[in-house]
Design a protein around this ligand. Structure first.
Ligand code: ADP
Ligand SMILES: Cc1cn([C@H]2C[C@H](O)[C@@H](COP(=O)(O)O)O2)c(=O)[nH]c1=O
Length: 218
């Protein structure tokens, strides 16, 4: 007999996690399986799961105080059927909430699919992700890895504030990849994350090196 499982889909920002979350929800519900979607601090600012390819659906916002096990039990006791949970931005969940999800799998036999980044801009694990790695039946990487500006697979998330890559600050800072806002993120390979060389820095350095003259010549 198939047992329910706790699965953690993890990869850097922009690796297709929310897209996969929505695809899995769609695939499951197409076969009359009933699910509940949870999200926390979605970039849209609402209680939603939002993918950069344009899909977005409503979700239940996970407040810090929410007991996920009790929430599922109370939905079931109101007569609902639940076969699976989709939990996006799971890095932000408290580690106790991940324990509650493991209990949903074990005691209620409900599949739980979590999606989130592993580490923050300082390369430190988020508490929710750490607990997921400790408890999940499976940890899965999305099939399409984003690339660093150098062409290597991007594995690390850099936070850019006013154009500068930073290594200090609050762990939580909701934002998107790409420029245009005061705080944004860029995915880099480990080497360039360690060296602090972003795409913008590399272009500036390259153009300085390739200037045909230093301006003193006429
Ligand atoms: N215009 C586009 N056409 C095709 N793919 C896109 C487009 N814009 C973004 N993507 C892809 O969407 C993915 C990001 O999806 P998303 O689910 O938002 O990522 P994550 O949740 O991991 O941050 C990336 O793999 C990116 O290549
Ligand atoms: C690295 C890093 C990211 N965040 C935020 C930024 C985004 O709102 C989410 C990640 O979303 P995605 O769907 O994976 O793109 O996390 C943060 O708060 N702190 C960080 O260090």
């Amino acid at each position: 007999m198939r047992m329910a499982e706790l699965v953690f889909h993890t990869g850097p920002m922009d690796s297709g996690k929310s897209t996969l979350a929505l695809q899995m929800d769609h695939a499951q519900s197409a076969h009359d399986r009933q699910g509940v979607r949870y999200a926390m601090h979605d970039r849209s600012g609402g209680a939603r799961i939002t993918s950069r390819i344009g899909l977005s659906v409503e979700a239940v916002e996970v407040a810090d105080a929410l007991d996920l096990y009790q929430d599922v039990v109370s939905r079931l006791s109101r007569g609902g059927r639940i076969d699976y949970l989709i939990c996006d931005e799971a890095q932000f969940y408290r580690s106790e909430q991940i324990d509650q999800l493991a209990r949903v799998v074990d005691d209620l036999d409900i599949d739980v699919y979590c999606f989130g980044i592993l580490a923050d801009f300082r390369t430190e694990l988020f508490p929710g992700s750490k607990r997921l790695v400790e408890l999940a039946d499976r940890v899965v990487e999305p099939p399409v890895a984003p690339l660093c500006w150098c062409g290597r697979p991007a594995t690390h998330n850099a936070r850019i504030v006013d154009g500068q890559m930073v290594r200090e600050g609050d762990q939580v800072g909701v934002g998107d990849v790409g420029g245009g806002t005061e705080i944004h993120y860029e995915v880099l390979c480990r080497r360039h994350h360690r060296q602090g060389i972003t795409g913008e820095t590399s272009r500036a350095t390259l153009s300085e090196q390739t200037l045909p003259f230093d301006g003193s010549e006429s």
